[in-house]
Design a protein around this ligand. Structure first.
Ligand code: HEM
Length: 152
């Protein structure tokens, strides 16, 4: 039961995450009045939830031995490809994450944030969406035994 529960939550992260980062990209291209900013913050919050869901359930599946055992994945090139893609997504997230936290604080104070970098954050979000799709391909390949280095 635990096994399929974590597998389901891991996949749920995909539905939530892909939808959220896409919605964030679109909202950042719209006029950023108070309502527009609320749409950005809403999508961004769900993107954060998806990241926590993915990484949390992924690590449990990896370290908790719920699937093929940690050794299998650590010897699987595609798994490391997937983790490299994840690192790229996280590194790309640093600047929008810090800035959107600052925008939230300003908006809560009733101030209008400087949104000149919204276009760049929209582009970053679209690139992250593409990287997530690549991660799905890597995950599916990895789960089916491709990429495993022979022992010893
Ligand atoms: C720290 C981060 C992550 C770890 C450690 C991790 C680990 C895992 C593990 C152990 C599996 C089970 C594979 C199997 O059935 O043998 C898996 C499956 C999967 N992961 Fe992740 N994952 C992580 C993040 C992600 C992210 C961000 C995505 C988003 C695209 C993702 C997408 C998937 C998918 C789609 C599967 C199902 C593959 C299948 O059964 O065909 N994972 N992951």
């Amino acid at each position: 039961m635990i096994r399929w529960l974590f597998a389901s939550l891991h996949l749920l992260g995909l539905g939530v995450g892909l939808g959220a980062v896409w919605a964030r990209a679109r909202a950042l291209r719209e006029p950023l009045d108070a309502a527009g900013l609320r749409r950005v913050f809403y999508a961004d919050s769900w993107w954060g939830v998806a990241a926590a869901l993915w990484i949390g359930t992924g690590l449990v599946r990896l370290i908790g031995g719920l699937e093929k055992g940690m050794d299998y994945y650590l010897r699987n090139h595609v798994f490391w490809g997937k983790m490299t893609l994840l690192l790229a997504v996280l590194l790309l997230e640093l600047s929008p994450m810090v800035t959107l936290v600052r925008w939230r604080i300003q908006a809560r104070r009733g101030e209008m944030p400087d949104t000149r970098r919204a276009g760049r954050f929209a582009s970053i979000s679209y690139v992250q969406a593409a990287l997530v799709l690549l991660m799905v391909l890597a995950a599916v390949v990895m789960a089916r035994g491709i990429g495993t280095a022979p022992r010893g």
